[in-house]
Design a protein around this ligand. Structure first.
Ligand code: NAD
Length: 370
């Protein structure tokens, strides 16, 4: 008998517990109907953990995350903790998880569901059917490079500085994730840097090119400067399949790509670490949105980003393509039927609450698998 998979569920603050509740129902459904055999353990993170334990992430929960097969994360933060000590701010719980699990590859898909093509600020024909994936390097680059700081030059001029730095293995491992993802999608990778003006960009391009030649020559590879990529994302986003880039450029380009889809409440993400001896990666799945204190507790939150994060977990941590497809198709059908949470409501659509949206997606999953 195969052993049950261990999922650590960390709902967090604000709308985190509300959207996670809908996913908990889905997991139960999958266990009953599809025999997925997931054991769920729940824990506190962020402000909720601070209130209970005086820290945004206890060592016990950190150890549970290291031992889990995957972590499902809601969202953290809110005005209640604005005056918490800096080192115990809710966001630090998430940063610690990312750091200690060494989650170096951040995957952010930008998918436009046909029913929502009108919700984008771009013309529907530019975005309809869009399906691209940004792979952002998450644990190195200028956000972590040394030296960094402020000092004074001998002539008394003050200056501030950071260092963009990447080692060969850091580039290779994130590029490998991108090439492997592309093989399961449309087999095309755009590697993005600024090789025209940055030494680290020249180096990035050299390492990606060599890795491609050695191991992934079946994948179509393009190199693109980051400024051009920003422009191409709004001009013709459908030319992209997988984009791989550094921490800084990925931060900016993934937010730009996010807006192509219209709503924060629709966007999932995954953060992956290195594979162990069995090929299993540490992984954390979370919606892109925050804790949305302005709508928390009012049954207004869109649970779709959290649901799609769970679908990513099934796809990338457990190779359960059929089950991931089932969730994504059910979401598509429910949106096409005209049901919408407040953030994506349109003319002629029916406005529903978080839990009614959850009911509808579950019901559709049942219909699709009947
Ligand atoms: P936010 O993403 O929480 O909210 C931005 C806007 O989008 C709000 O108007 C909100 O109501 C709306 N929104 C977000 N998710 C939604 C959903 N699922 N359904 C419907 N509407 C949704 O960003 P913010 O307001 O800048 O930050 C609020 C708090 O969240 C802050 O404390 C911030 O630090 C934290 N935050 C946490 C994370 C995380 O946990 N990963 C990410 C971003 C922000």
């Amino acid at each position: 008998m195969t052993k049950n998979r261990k999922i650590l569920m960390l709902p967090g603050d604000g709308i985190g517990p509300e959207v996670m509740h809908e996913v908990a129902r889905m997991i139960e459904w999958m266990n009953d109907r599809r025999g997925t055999a997931f054991d769920i353990q729940e824990g506190l993170v962020g402000g909720a953990a601070y209130d209970e334990h005086g820290t945004s992430l206890t060592d016990e929960i950190m150890a549970d995350a290291m031992a889990a097969d995957a972590v499902l994360f809601g969202s953290v933060g809110g005005p209640k903790w604005d005056n918490a000590p800096r080192e115990e701010r809710p966001e630090n719980g998430l940063l610690r998880l990312r750091k200690e699990m060494d989650l170096f590859a951040n995957l952010r898909p930008a998918t436009v569901f046909d029913a929502l093509a009108d919700a984008s600020t771009l013309k529907p024909e530019v975005v309809s059917g869009l399906d691209l994936m940004i792979v952002r390097e998450l644990t190195a680059g200028v956000y972590f490079g040394a030296p960094r700081g402020t000092d004074m030059l001998p002539d008394g001029t003050r200056r501030g500085f950071d260092t963009e730095v990447y080692t060969e293995p850091e580039i290779q491992r994130v590029a490998s994730v991108a090439f492997e993802l592309a093989r399961k999608r449309s087999n095309k990778v755009h590697s993005v840097e600024k090789a025209n003006v940055m030494e680290s960009g020249v180096f990035w391009r050299e390492i990606v090119t060599a890795l491609h030649k050695a191991e992934y020559s079946d994948v179509e590879l393009h190199h693109m400067y980051a400024d051009n990529c920003a422009m191409q994302l709004v001009r013709n986003p459908k030319q992209f399949d997988v984009i791989v880039t550094s921490n800084l450029f990925g931060d900016i380009l993934s937010d730009c790509a996010a807006m192509l889809t219209g709503s924060l409440g629709m966007l999932p993400s995954a953060s992956l670490g290195a594979p162990n001896a069995e090929g299993q990666r540490k992984a954390l799945y979370e919606p892109v949105h925050g804790s949305a204190p302005d709508i928390a507790g009012q049954r207004l939150a869109n649970p779709v980003a959290m649901m799609l994060s769970y679908a990513m977990m099934l796809r990338y941590s457990f190779d359960m393509k059929t089950e991931a497809d089932l969730i994504e198709q059910a979401v598509k059908n429910v949106l096409a039927s005209g049901l919408r949470t407040a953030d994506i409501v349109q003319e002629k659509a029916t406005r529903v609450s978080t839990d009614v949206m959850g009911d509808a997606v579950l019901r559709e999953m049942g219909t699709l698998s009947a």
